[in-house]
Write a protein that binds this ligand. Sequence first.
Ligand code: SAH
Length: 475
Amino acid sequence: MDYLPVFLRLNERPALIVGGGRVAARKVEWLVRSGARVTVVAPQLHPELQACLSRGECAHLASVFAPEQLAGVAVVVAATDDETVNAAVSDAARRRDIPVNVVDAPELSTFIFPAIIDRSPILVAVSSAGTAPVLTRRVREQIEALLPTRLGRLARFMGERRREVKKALGFLARRAFWERIVGGTTATCVLAGDEAGAAAAFAGELRTSQLTRGTASEHSGGGEVYLIGAGPGDPDLLTLRALQLLQQADVILYDRLVPQGILERARRDAERIPVGKEVGEHRQQQRIHELLLQLTAAGKRVARLKGGDPFIFGRGGEEIELLAAHNIPYIVVPGITAALGAAAAAEIPLTHRRLAHSVTFVTGHAGEDGELHWEALAQPRHTVVFYMGIAQLPAIVAKLRAAGARADHPAAIVERAALPGQRVLRSDLQHIAALAARERIVPPALLIVGAVAAFGAADAVGALAVAAPARQALA
Ligand code: SAH
């Protein structure tokens, strides 16, 4: 280890920055955030520093560097583009035992700046000891993505309650208590921005702990459910919150549509239980409900992982009804629904100023009992996305035609959107069913009907080629 990572308290202490450019501005920003009294020494200031000065966040000494300026200073940073000045600052500071950083010159520095993740009061500092700044930044980004935005709020929430807990619980019980707080509903609520829910969960947990004298082993229940939309299949299309909760869950209940690549993002030792609907729709939903109740009763944190979004043809509504009826805490994490994933992958804008002003998501199963208003769906400037419509394709086409849609009304099919082997078929109502049969389209696939379905390569020229390998316009 070439350096000892420590956190320096600079609140109200004087810090000197030599240099008035952009690089200096970055350092000033961090020093200001840490509460230091910052003075910038430079003949001229970059506009960013000028702005900082006019906000009263720093002072300015419009001159060149002179060693006397170091009197009483707690830290100094040299950020000029003149090597001799930087070396002079380093030398003067070291003679006075003042910690000094020279930007991009570890050999002239007695301390270096890490890459910082600021979720104050939680701070994460990453360093490669000056060897690979780009790698350091990458590591920081990866950690950053895993840390919930409200992590700092959670730390403060806990800090504000330390005394209360200290009074209520003995030494040994306290640690187990805080473990349950960070791993349980209280933390989940704070991180999701639900302060009232968090306060209630915290009070409940404290009461239980007092009754059981804080022995975790006597503590049953306490489970919770994360109803997570996994998006259309590409793991990179998960939300950050989905990823964070997958890292936290003890058990993952996942649907058939959720691919391996997404399950791999979950905590390595989490139990994974497939709950696809092959067995028969009704029985399987019943089994899911039983599992949710059993697992949460055993205190497990359960991620209920669904393809797309949980509330778009995902029976998420039924599951939260069950959880609410049993007083089981849950949160819902939205996902990119298949229609949006398919639209992006196939470059079919679902609305478009020229082509469509509204869009409807329909399940292909609906409509058999006259639930749907087919005349509205058949309007030329309206987009309809049919989920689970492939088996019913000829019937859907017939209903749209009977409701007034033209034979050449555009229609497209996106099979396996955002998954390996994705295919896009473009056609019109007259030909789409035969084309799908010929190409042996199988679920998961979506049918998109409307003028936008013909929005084609000509308009999309110059679009980012990310989806290109998967794209096969067969029509
Ligand atoms: N809750 C999911 C939908 C579940 S219904 C969501 O919001 O996306 C299942 C149907 O969704 C499938 O029959 C198919 O029509 C569609 N679907 C799901 N994933 C898909 C994908 N990757 N590509 C195309 N269609 C998909």
